[in-house]
Design a protein around this ligand. Structure first.
Ligand code: SF4
Length: 456
């Protein structure tokens, strides 16, 4: 019974192709990265959300201007789900910029409004080093020439004004938005500035968005091995950091869904190699440090860092492992974290009973299926009705997902950790893993669950 149809999916039997139960010796990839079936209340984000919300938005010293109705711009607000921290706290994520397109602009065109908005925003915030303009659905429909407006405005204000044609309807999910953001940043920014100096030990960390400060615990490990971080793409990055990224010696690629595009482009144009890594948990982080170190001949330094960092957390991790052994978990993440974290759960002695992604591609599911145990459920892009059936049917002790699913879990009395935007993170590398383990332990063992009637 490789593919399966959930009870709630009987009215939309197409969902069967997206729902797989792992059988040993077999790898059937559930249908993924395709258009959502009509009637399926998907939880996916749109292309604009992936472009602005994930890759573009973390750049800290530019105005992020949403060209579209104000409803789309709400996504840009610094609170809620957006936790990409930066050290430019007086500006970044503090303001929301939008052309707020109205009916008359839709009818007569929004180019003038966009031009005026760029000039006005720059006049109010003249210290920024650029403007990113994001096109939403309606802009694609009415056909505003945002490239031309941005070119003209850039001449007038003297800083780059960069158009992202990331209309929400363009792709099947936010994943295309990541790709578009990579392409635009590569085309308009990377290689436009030279660093004052380069060293033989310069790296870029690609595909980390500094969620609750992940980068601020990742970077010191590489620096302790003697490496210099030239650019982070795009967590806490400035436009200049991105412009000089082409001079690094190695791209260390963390999120392997949102960034292989730019790594491949930089490899082709600048012969800059890249190395996929996972920076979650002890085993994967140690492997990442060893792999990167061996590229630079810094193996001894890596062993020193690993030994010292692991020693700091191991006694407590052992404690949590004892407490969590055998607990069952269902993981639902954007894409790569689903497979990164199967390993983490193993390190904590937990059993993964199911895994899902919102926008995973075939290679994400191949890795999930390779890592997950027999009988586990692997489902692409589950909606909340499906999630309810899964949580009731599989009865996991823990659900690791994002903010949208948190309250469903609570209503069903299922312990929950927000692995998407975090709430008590960061969760990366060694110290983050300890926090993660502690949060998992706290939520699973919280006495509140015993008070909930009708627990799933
Ligand atoms: S789908 Fe279109 S209208 Fe909706 S948020 Fe995305 S860009 Fe805006």
């Amino acid at each position: 019974m490789p593919l399966t149809l959930l009870e709630c999916d009987k009215p939309i039997p197409e969902r069967e192709k997206h729902t797989y139960i792992k059988k040993s010796g077999e790898c059937i990839v559930p249908m993924c990265n395709v258009q959502t079936t009509p009637g399926d209340l998907t939880e996916r984000g749109c292309t604009y959300a992936g472009c602005m919300g994930v890759v573009g938005g973390p750049v800290k010293d530019v105005i992020h201007l949403v060209h579209g109705p104000i409803g789309c711009a709400f996504y840009t607000w610094g609170g809620g789900r957006r936790q990409n921290l930066s050290d430019n706290t007086q500006f970044h994520r503090k303001y929301c910029f939008s052309t707020s397109m109205q009916e008359a602009n839709i009818i007569f065109g929004g180019e003038q409004k966009l031009h005026k908005a760029i000039l006005e925003a720059y006049e109010r915030f003249p210290d920024v080093n650029g403007v990113f303009v994001y096109a939403t659905c309606v802009i694609g429909l009415i056909g505003d020439d945002i490239n031309n407006v941005c070119k003209q405005a850039s001449k007038e204000i003297g800083v780059p004004v960069i158009p992202f044609s990331c209309e929400g309807f363009r792709g099947v999910s936010q994943s295309l938005g990541h790709h578009i953001a990579n392409d635009v940043i590569f085309e308009h920014i990377v290689g436009t500035k030279e660093p004052d100096e380069v060293t033989p030990y310069d790296i870029n960390i690609i595909g980390d968005y500094n969620i609750q400060g992940d980068l601020w615990i990742i970077a010191p490990l590489f620096e302790a091995m003697g490496l210099r971080i030239l650019c982070t793409f795009t967590g806490n990055a400035s436009i200049d950091d991105l412009a000089m990224a082409h001079r690094a010696k190695l791209n260390v690629m963390h999120c392997q869904r949102s960034t292989p595009y730019i790594c491949q482009l930089m490899e082709e144009k600048y012969e800059l190699p890249y190395m996929p890594v996972s920076l979650f948990g002890i085993e994967q982080t140690s492997k990442a440090l060893r792999d990167v170190a061996s590229f630079f001949g810094l193996e001894d330094k890596a062993e020193e860092v690993i030994e010292s960092e692991v020693a700091k957390i191991l006694p407590e991790i052992e404690y949590y492992k004892e407490q969590l052994r055998g607990k069952r978990v269902f993981i639902y993440q954007g894409a790569p974290r689903a497979w990164h974290w199967i390993k983490l759960m193993e390190e904590l002695g937990m059993e993964v009973v199911g895994a899902a992604t919102t926008f995973g591609h075939t290679d994400d599911y191949e890795k999930i299926i390779e890592r997950i145990g027999d009988g586990a459920l692997v489902i692409d892009n589950p909606n909340s009705v499906e999630l309810r059936e899964i949580l009731i049917g599989y009865k996991p002790d823990l659900f690791i997902s994002g903010l949208k699913e948190k309250f469903l879990a609570y209503k069903l009395g299922v312990a929950f950790v927000n692995g998407h935007s975090y709430e008590r993170g960061p969760y990366a590398v060694y110290s983050g893993f300890l926090k993660f383990a502690k949060d998992i332990h706290t939520t699973i063992n919280h006495p509140v669950w015993k008070l909930i009637e009708g627990r799933a």
